[in-house]
Design a protein around this ligand. Structure first.
Ligand SMILES: *[C@@H]1O[C@H](CO)[C@@H](O)[C@H](O)[C@H]1NC(C)=O
Ligand SMILES: *[C@@H]1O[C@H](CO)[C@@H](O)[C@H](O)[C@H]1NC(C)=O
Ligand SMILES: *[C@@H]1O[C@H](CO)[C@@H](O)[C@H](O)[C@H]1NC(C)=O
Ligand SMILES: *[C@@H]1O[C@H](CO)[C@@H](O)[C@H](O)[C@H]1NC(C)=O
Ligand SMILES: CC(=O)N[C@H]1CO[C@H](CO)[C@@H](O)[C@@H]1O
Length: 482
């Protein structure tokens, strides 16, 4: 009892004030009605979901900031923001484009009769190989607007002065779409600070710290983890739940329906081709903002749920809780984030200015999912399996809600005056996709920094990525020899 009370006091020292602020920070969000009910399917696109599905008010005003939540009150000052951001909307990859062509050719080859088939036959296959997963223009806007919203949510951190003095850090994965996302984010900040993107008009010195810094060790840790690569990524049997679901009764039902609609023999189709048709619908919506693409008319909501599960199963086994190494491989990034927080706390305690108040790191869904799993977020009681489609209909692990395009995990470190003890002065909040994300251990949306460190001490102290990722060669050394 007294333990529970202590936890409560330490993790929400200012509950009353927070409550007050949430009333006063009222704003127009939620009043606007989103009329189009089309993209019901659009919430089932998994990792190919638009960011606007999460925050639908952005469809009407992409710069609207959601303040209607319990951000900390005025007695707390933000000291630092450390973020991990997924790239914005992108083109299909080379592999996906190849499958798209195959599916479209099948329709051209067989097809008959219906208007829908005619529409699909006349559909312009405009995706080309060079596009290969690159950022699209909408993806640049995603990042531009995110920069404008985050900087208006934290105006004391995102200042022109800090920007000019190189006190903002921009790290990125080496992938084209991530580097371009970083650049678009930076240009959004320039727009905020100077009214326009500065591009070439500034001096070289200033330019250097406004360039994205590539660091794949941090942002693509999965490529550098041998154990992950061998046991999961390159392992043909690791995805057996995914493969099994592709042959499941649920999937077969979708396949039979599409086969009948398109007049294509069932044995010419498979789950991958059905999935690519569904993704084509997602790309037309995300890239062209086309709500009535013929590809979307192929699917009903039940199909959407099945195809969403197929996507989530893959993310679960390849990036999420499926195998421990998926998330363990991200502990260097996790520690890196905490090093930033630790440095900022130390500087603040010495009454110094925080040298690195804004840290922006750009990567992939594959960067974010393992990190969230490492922290224990979106964990379901039971694993996602090929058999558990209906049992998992209320699952937490729903990649479209967690890692749509432009998804972002933000740690905000605050200094709070009027704290009860000096340890309570430093507090942390997390935002996922600009919504407060409760800490999994307390279900509270704010935590004292020291408590958070204790909560994750096992990861901060006992997770060494080189050890975690070391592959024990079977037959050479046995466990107890080490
Ligand atoms: C990436 O960041 C890590 C952690 O800060 C650092 O040790 C490493 O040297 C960096 N790598 C590159 C290529 O900059
Ligand atoms: C591949 O995955 C299966 C299933 O998880 C596992 O039993 C097997 O040991 C893995 N193979 C390798 C080479 O790690
Ligand atoms: C989508 O937009 C691209 C250019 O941005 C255009 O070339 C293409 O024809 C459009 N596709 C459809 C189906 O409207
Ligand atoms: C801002 O960054 C510059 C360059 O890295 C550094 O010299 C300066 O100390 C930083 N500012 C503060 C207040 O720490
Ligand atoms: C691994 C897992 O959660 N399996 C469950 C799947 O669902 C069936 C019932 O539908 C359970 O019996 C399994 O335990």
């Amino acid at each position: 009892m007294s333990f529970a009370f202590t936890m409560y006091r330490r993790c929400v020292p200012k509950a009353a004030q927070i409550l007050l602020i949430s009333v006063t920070w009222f704003c127009s969000v939620g009043h606007t009605s989103i009329t189009s009910d089309f993209p019901r399917l659009a919430s089932y696109f998994g990792t190919k979901t638009r960011y606007e599905e999460i925050n639908p008010f952005l469809l009407e005003n992409p710069l609207l900031v959601n303040r209607k939540q319990d951000l900390l009150p005025n007695t707390c000052t933000p000291l630092q923001i450390v973020s991990v951001i997924r790239h914005g909307t992108r083109y299909p990859t080379h592999k996906q484009i190849k499958k798209m062509k195959k599916m479209h050719n099948l329709i051209l080859q067989y097809g008959g009769g219906s208007d829908l088939v005619e529409d699909l036959r006349n559909w312009n296959m405009w995706y080309e190989d060079w596009m290969d997963g690159q950022l699209v223009q909408k993806g640049e806007q995603d990042m531009n607007n995110l920069a404008l919203r985050l900087s208006s949510l934290f105006p004391s951190l995102f200042t022109a002065e800090k920007f000019k003095n190189c006190n903002m850090t921009f790290l990125t994965s080496s992938k084209h779409r991530c580097v371009d996302s970083t650049k678009a984010f930076i240009s959004g900040l320039e727009q905020r600070f100077f009214g326009f993107p500065q591009g070439s008009i500034i001096g070289l010195d200033e330019l250097i710290c406004r360039e994205p810094v590539v660091n794949d060790t941090l942002m693509r840790f999965f490529d550098h983890c041998e154990k992950f690569v061998v046991q999961v990524e390159d392992n043909d049997t690791a995805m057996h739940e995914v493969d099994k679901f592709k042959e499941s009764p649920e999937m077969m039902k979708v396949l039979r329906r599409i086969s009948a609609l398109l007049n294509i023999p069932e044995d010419e189709l498979n789950a991958d081709l059905i999935q690519v048709a569904f993704f084509t619908c997602s790309f037309e919506l995300a890239i062209n903002n086309t709500e009535n693409s013929p590809w979307c008319k192929l699917f009903d909501e039940e199909d959407g749920k099945v195809l969403e599960y197929l996507n989530d199963l893959k993310q679960y086994w390849k990036r999420g809780y499926g195998f421990a190494i998926n998330s363990r491989s991200s502990c260097s990034l996790f520690q890196h984030i905490f090093q930033h927080l630790e440095t900022a706390v130390a500087e603040s305690k010495r009454s110094q200015k925080v040298s690195n108040p804004v840290v922006m790191q750009f990567g992939h869904a594959e960067t974010l999912l393992p990190l969230l799993a490492l922290m224990g977020l979106f964990k379901d009681e039971k694993p996602l399996t090929a058999e558990n489609f209906s049992l998992q209909s209320e699952r937490k692990f729903r990649s479209g809600r967690i890692v749509p395009y432009a998804s972002n995990l933000v740690f905000v470190l605050y200094h709070c005056d009027l704290a009860e003890t000096p340890e309570d002065e430093y507090q942390v909040q997390m935002l996922l996709n600009e919504n407060l994300l409760p800490f999994p251990h307390s279900h509270q949306s704010v935590c004292v920094y020291d408590d958070l460190k204790k909560q994750y001490s096992h990861l901060l102290e006992n997770c060494h990525v080189t050890e975690e990722c070391k592959l024990l060669k079977v037959g050479h050394v046995s466990e107890d020899e080490l």
